[in-house]
Design a protein around this ligand. Structure first.
Ligand code: ARG
Length: 720
């Protein structure tokens, strides 16, 4: 079996021959890291990677939407990203009659592109604000630190952004609060859908293949960023013109072989590689299994309804995909953490640390305090997960929970009518959004199931007072399931679904009527119980944990003489570059996985009419005719669909460009492999792989399958 090396031991030895681990800040690449990139095959100069004055690769990289990466690939603002990143916008642009999610879409020209609610952000500059933040924090206690930190961050952000709606500034904490940078962005809000393959290509293999290699998904979609006529960031406006980028990526048709250099720029969302053994144990024992169990249940009821009706499929698709993605992730992560005994490895490192810390008053009690802190919180962790993933996993209850602020206003003695009016208007608007996304059947099942699961799973002392007593008293038909009876009553009577009742309430809003609404009663019982009794405990736990972790890292760096600028900080949705190589791997004894998948492999997985493995008829025709154009891999006489690299990435990197040694686009990163799903907490140098869609398959889908050659013509293609 392969040996797993935990990331922090790697970083601390700083032995760069262990390469491939590391999400580096491109603006702070040291000579050592650059040299190692060159050793891996890079042929570019440092200023081509990142430069403040000259156009460089970093100028082609954007934050796409809320949590993805995209790259500029033409001088007219064309963006490539993943299909699963464009998914929400594609679903929103679709109707049952014009179903772009199902059938795909290619704008015949710019006038046919579809505007979206998305925005993209370009990194403008970064600034080290460590001194400023530390001056403000001084020697405050854990709880005071948290409060002061948000104040000083708000002040820094306000100083930069003011009220410019096209600027954004984010203060990012590095090394668990030992260093702080502010990242300043230009925000473009006119983003239009240019095209997407059908879902049967863009999400081919669905959740069965998700997080797994081999993989045959064409996970890409195409957008365009627009700017105002005078070249400024803008909201949607018909008079806007395509964005003129400082830099865009050329696209390679040359392909690659096992071992070739690969570099990925993007916005990895979060890793926690300095997590303690205590955090690992809490995740594997309580929080992750609870999340998985609750999502299992929610997904089952959603899918049941989605399979019955194409309109419901469209309505729930985006939400379903998001829930399913991290359901499988946390299930896989738990398995890998246990398999490789990450807990045991972290524990060993902590024992060594404590040994070193003896007699050093700043550090010697850290792990006694960490243990105490976890002991005080662990008993409530499952409850917290049940609130977030269970109670609020019912869309009705989540919506009704938003009425808590209305109740708050109504219960004030001296409430102001204008304030109430404003709150009611907001609640009515939120209700409209809620109803547009709501599928009552699945939600009613979810509500009944979650109430039942909470009852048996969460410690009885922690239940909201009187809630279950009332539920059992009124739903006492012994022939029936009390939870289902109760949920049926709630769905039949809440004003959330009843226009007349809602209208009556908005005309005369009062706390007494609101208090009688059965959906509101659930939200109020569970949320108030949680907020009053457990939120303070959670806040104390988090504040203390942050403080202890900051000190642990400081100590660890001192113990091993590590300088912050010679290693990489945990991912935190700031721009990073990772380098490695295209590379096959051996997932288990006697099994070897090749580095690339082909169109033939897609066709081999085809199951007619299947929810996840169906294919468009045109795909099969083109495949049979071997109509691959210039997108075929010469050696294979087939189109490479996807490939794997050793790059270190994580969620948020979705859509990131995979770049060859000379700076050309060869693919888009879209996933991680199952065998290394512990990557957020521990990087595995043997098994970790990034799964990428080959850009030649992207172009084949646009040109041959989509008939949109004009989009390929916009790119700068590199043939030799
Ligand atoms: N696992 C991919 C990621 O997190 C998302 C894949 C979306 N597909 C799906 N079947 N849910 O980047």
């Amino acid at each position: 079996m392969k040996k797993l090396l935990v990331s922090f031991t790697l970083m601390l030895t700083l032995c760069r021959s262990y390469a491939d681990e590391g999400m580096w800040l491109p603006m702070l690449l040291g000579q050592q890291v650059y040299n190692d990139m060159v050793k891996h095959g890079l042929k570019l100069k440092p200023e081509q990677l990142y430069s403040m004055n000259k156009a460089s690769i970093k100028d082609a990289i954007v934050i796409f939407g809320g949590g993805c990466t995209g790259e500029i690939v033409s001088n007219q603002g064309l963006i490539f990203t993943n299909h699963h990143c464009g998914y929400g916008a594609i679903a929103a642009a679709s109707t049952v009659e014009a179903n772009y999610l199902q059938d795909g879409f290619w704008a015949a020209d710019k006038s046919k592109e579809i505007s979206s609610k998305l925005s993209v952000k370009f990194l403008n500059r970064i600034e080290d604000v460590t001194q400023k933040v530390n001056d403000a924090l001084g020697n405050l206690s854990a709880a005071e630190r948290t409060k002061k930190y948000s104040e000083v961050v708000a002040e820094i952000v306000k100083g930069i952004v003011g009220d410019d709606e096209f600027k954004d500034a984010v203060v990012a904490s590095m090394f668990k609060g030992n260093q702080f940078f502010v990242f300043v962005y230009d925000v473009y809000k006119d983003i239009r859908l240019v095209g997407t393959p059908p879902e049967s290509i863009g999400k081919f293999g669905g959740d069965t293949d998700n997080w797994e290699w081999p993989r045959h998904t064409g996970d890409f979609s195409v957008f365009r960023v627009y700017m105002s006529k005078d070249g400024k960031p803008s909201k949607y406006d018909a008079s806007n013109v395509p964005f003129k980028p400082k830099y865009y990526l050329p696209v390679s048709l040359k392909g690659f072989k096992d071992g070739d250099y690969s570099m990925i720029y993007g916005y990895p969302g979060g890793t926690n590689r300095y997590e303690t053994s205590y955090g690992v144990k809490l995740a594997t024992d309580i929080t992750s299994p609870t999340l998985v169990k609750l999502r299992d249940m929610r997904l089952k009821y959603m899918l049941e309804e989605m399979k019955k009706d194409p309109a419901v499929r469209l309505q729930l698709a985006s939400n379903y995909a998001g829930i399913a993605n991290y359901w499988k992730f946390f299930d896989g992560e738990t398995k890998q953490l246990l398999k490789f005994d990450i807990f045991g490895q972290k524990q060993k490192a902590e024992i060594a640390f404590t040994e070193w810390a003896k007699g050093k008053s700043e550090y010697e009690n850290i792990f006694t305090d960490v243990a105490k802190n976890y002991d005080a919180w662990n008993a409530y962790a499952k409850h917290r997960q049940y609130i977030n993933e269970g109670i609020l996993g019912s869309p009705l209850v989540a919506y009704a929970a938003s009425w808590l602020s209305v109740e708050n206003l109504l219960s004030k003695k001296d409430f102001k009518p204008e304030e109430i009016k404003k709150a009611m208007d907001a609640a009515t608007a939120a209700r409209k959004n809620f109803l547009a996304d709501e599928n009552k059947k699945s939600d009613q099942h979810i509500l009944a199931a979650v109430l039942s699961m909470f009852y048996s799973d969460v410690d009885k002392d922690q239940h909201p007072k009187g809630f279950y007593e009332d539920l059992f008293k009124t739903n006492n038909d012994i022939e029936q399931n009390p939870y289902k009876m109760f949920a049926a009553e709630v769905f039949a009577n809440t004003m959330a679904f009843d226009d007349a009742k809602w209208k009556a309430f908005t005309e005369k809003p009062n706390a007494a009527d609101l208090g009688k609404d059965p959906a509101f009663k659930i939200a109020k019982s569970f949320i108030m119980n949680y907020n009053m009794n457990y939120v303070p405990k959670y806040a104390a736990f988090v504040n203390k944990n942050n403080d202890l972790n900051r000190m642990y890292l400081k100590g660890l760096f001192s113990k091993d003489s590590v300088k912050m600028n010679s290693t990489y900080p945990d991912a935190n949705f700031t721009m990073r570059v990772s380098y490695g190589n295209v590379k096959s791997y051996a997932p288990k004894d006697a099994v070897k996985y090749d580095f690339a998948c082909t169109i033939s492999g897609v066709a081999a997985k085809y199951v007619k009419g299947d929810y996840e493995f169906d294919l468009p008829a045109k795909f099969l025709d083109l495949y049979k005719a071997k109509d691959f154009g210039e997108y075929a891999d010469k050696k294979l006489n087939d189109v490479v669909v996807s490939f794997i690299t050793t790059n270190d990435i994580t969620g948020g990197n979705s859509g990131s460009p995979v770049i060859d040694a000379k700076g050309n686009l060869i693919g888009l990163a879209f996933d991680g492999n199952y065998e290394a799903l512990s990557h957020k907490l521990a990087f595995d140098k043997d098994l970790n792989r990034t799964i990428c869609v080959d850009v030649r398959y992207v172009l084949w889908c646009i040109d041959k399958l989509g008939g949109a050659k004009h989009i390929v013509d916009e790119l700068t293609l590199v043939r030799n």
